[in-house]
Design a protein around this ligand. Structure first.
Ligand code: WT7
Length: 635
């Protein structure tokens, strides 16, 4: 029996039991046999969730890029590591072999060094889905610089917030990006952001759309000539297992985004191991995850997990709807994709367009389908199963988070029988717990509660950059000695988990995690607004959409409400990005509040969702009258 590659349900249960009975022995074996270390650890695990402090493979030395690149050169140097599929289907795809990837990453790493970047420095990467994005991520890892990738759909002020929070010394971007039929002026966005960021010494600019842009003398440099001149080999920086590998921001229910800090050793082991099993990756498979590398899904399951396994990973620059709704399936056919991993929102959007976009493509290469980012509804699950997998490719509904670094609850294809809308069983080594509101663990099956994890796993985030207290408060304070996920879940009669959604003030819109507070802050900056509250409501395609209740400073008909709505969404676009725009904005004279002044979002959520049958007792509110007003004005 191989603990590294699980193939049957029985094997899953056996390995699972082993991994929870004796986690240290288990993870030591996985780490030792399947990864390359410059020095072994002194201690497999030490942890204390009260501080909280977690260390895996303490004392070990490694460089993750040696695991993701160098070691494959001897066995599969001419194998394709990355297939780049451009936005425009008429532009040729690029196949980058492991040997070429080594060359490119080393050159890039040398450019970083030449520009003064060293171990521990933060580098912010704001790039579209072009090869330079994966290469720059790996180049940072090569020299021990901490990368912080910011999704290139975020606005300049969201970018500035992130650059400043981690005090980045460098930004890597491109002249612009292609997105379907549009081009986006990325460099202009970076320039705006950097007006406000003094710590940034240099900006590297990749050429993608060949647009006219401003290059600031002394600060901005075109990437290509630097890469050409750079030396093609670079000795990897040897890192401690616990040295930070990257920071990735995720929104919180309040205030500033949280810079989740991930480790070098534990993150590598867990993403590598999950990738192999969750996608049942075999040599010569062609794996495609449609996420953007700006999100954790892309970090773990486009770059690090696949490359650690010597896999071929597809990077797609474009969108599912361009030039038409068959684009995904055309790519699957073209590259003979074997594993396909996407989000429920994409599945729903494509299902709506009809099967004719699917039917004219040969999808017979597909062996495993995956979904991630939000709960998948039954209808979308079946559409995916029937039309894409033709009921032959198992669907892995993978639940995890930016904070968890890797997949936590998931079927193992061909081993775990799937069940629509269920993420099914905890992955090897993961110990979930459902908690009641009194803080007690709910044992047994057919129960639901708040989802916690009660034992550390190798890829968990170690802290929030610059704010360990917030890390403790957010994840380790709600339930004693447990990591709290922010999600609710139920466990069925056989122990399968179904994630029911967020139980905090985070709304998942089209698979994007959005905190309501930062959006409210943006709206409240509008001079006409005095107060606002955002909630999520169900949406056919996006899963959830945002509903805003807004109180104006001056009531009456003096302002055009439609214009105000536009201005509010414009402000949100500027401060956060278009993904956070509100679908509906209702103006009201009051918001339901408790006597202590806290907005009762539960009531607002119900009204926005047209679920007003059981609003509960509203008479104890500070201002019960406003509830009727809001119900009468609901959009
Ligand atoms: C939140 C994390 C890490 C993947 C990308 C999102 C929701 C994620 C599922 C799933 C139901 C899911 C949860 C989670 N979520 N996957 N398979 N079923 N819900 O990462 O932006 O950190 O968001 O996404 O609510 O807490 P993220």
């Amino acid at each position: 029996m191989s603990n590294y590659h699980i193939k049957h349900l029985e094997e899953y249960y056996q390995v699972y039991r082993k991994s929870v009975r004796n986690p240290e022995v288990f993870w030591e074996e996985i780490a030792e046999e399947h990864f390359m270390w410059r020095k072994k650890w002194d201690n497999v695990l030490s942890w204390d969730f009260t501080k909280p402090e977690v260390k895996w493979f303490e004392g070990a030395k490694l460089n993750i890029t040696e695991n993701c690149i160098d070691r494959h050169i001897y066995t599969r140097g001419d194998k394709t590591a990355i297939i780049f599929e451009p936005n425009n289907p008429n532009e040729d795809a690029q196949h980058i072999t492991y040997r070429q990837l080594h060359d490119k990453v080393c050159r890039f790493a040398n450019v970083l060094k030449e520009k003064g970047i060293g171990k521990g420095d933060r580098v912010c990467i704001y790039l579209p889905m072009i090869p330079e994005l994966a290469i720059s991520v790996l180049a940072c890892a090569r020299i021990g610089a901490i990368h912080s990738v910011v999704f290139a759909g975020f606005s300049s002020s969201a970018l500035a917030t992130r650059v400043k929070d981690c005090d980045a010394k460098m930004v890597i971007t491109s002249d612009g990006s292609y997105r379907g039929s549009k081009t986006i002026d990325l460099k202009g966005i970076v320039d705006d952001a950097l007006n406000d960021c003094e710590g940034v010494e240099s900006v590297l600019v990749a050429k993608r759309i060949h647009s006219e842009i401003n290059m600031k003398e002394g600060r901005d440099h075109w990437l290509e000539p630097l890469l050409e001149e750079a030396y093609h080999d670079c000795v990897p920086e040897i890192m401690d297992a616990e040295d930070p590998l990257f920071i990735l921001y995720t929104s919180g229910s309040t205030g500033q985004p949280k810079g989740m800090v991930h480790s070098s050793g534990g993150y590598m082991v867990y993403t590598g191991y999950t990738f192999k099993n969750v996608f049942q990756y075999r040599e010569n498979d062609i794996y495609w995850c449609t996420a953007d590398i700006g999100w954790i899904t892309g970090h773990s399951y486009i770059v690090y997990g696949p490359l650690a396994n010597g896999a071929t990973t597809v990077m797609f620059e474009g969108v599912p709807s361009y030039p038409d709704y068959g684009r995904f399936w055309q790519i699957v056919e073209k590259h003979k994709v074997t594993q396909f991993y996407t989000a429920p929102t994409a599945i729903r959007a494509l299902a709506k367009e009809g099967v004719e976009h699917v039917e004219n493509h040969d999808l017979s290469s597909l062996k495993v389908l995956g979904t991630v980012g939000e709960p998948i509804n039954e209808e979308a699950w079946h559409w995916y199963d029937d039309n894409i997998g033709k009921r032959k490719a198992p669907i892995v509904d993978t639940w995890w988070q930016t904070e968890t670094g890797g997949i936590m609850i998931t079927p193992i294809p061909f081993a775990t029988p799937t069940k629509p809308t269920y993420a099914t069983l905890p992955f090897i080594g993961i110990q979930p717990a459902l908690m009641d509101e009194q803080g007690q663990e709910i044992k047994g099956n057919q129960v639901d509660g708040r989802l916690c994890i009660k034992f550390p796993w190798p890829s968990m985030a170690r802290t929030i950059w610059g704010n360990h207290q917030r890390y403790k408060d957010t994840y380790f304070s709600a339930f004693e000695n447990k990591y709290f996920t922010g999600d609710g879940a139920l466990r069925d009669e056989v122990g399968y988990y179904r994630i029911t959604g967020r139980v905090d003030d985070v709304v998942i819109v089209s698979g994007h995690n959005l905190g309501t507070a930062p959006i409210e802050d943006a709206i409240n900056e509008h001079p006409a607004v005095s107060e606002s509250a955002i909630v999520g409501f169900p949406h056919d395609i996006k899963g959830n959409a945002l509903y805003g209740y807004v109180i104006l400073k001056e009531t009456g008909e003096s302002r055009n409400h439609d214009n105000l709505r536009k201005e509010i969404n414009q402000l949100i676009t500027e401060q956060i990005g278009p993904i956070a725009k509100l679908d509906k904005i209702q103006f009201t004279s009051g918001l339901p509040k408790t006597r202590s002044g806290k907005i009762m979002r539960r009531i607002l959520r119900k009204i926005a969702s047209n679920d007003t049958a059981n609003l509960g007792d509203t008479s104890t509110l500070l201002n019960p009258d406003c509830v009727q007003e809001i119900m009468d004005g609901v959009l």
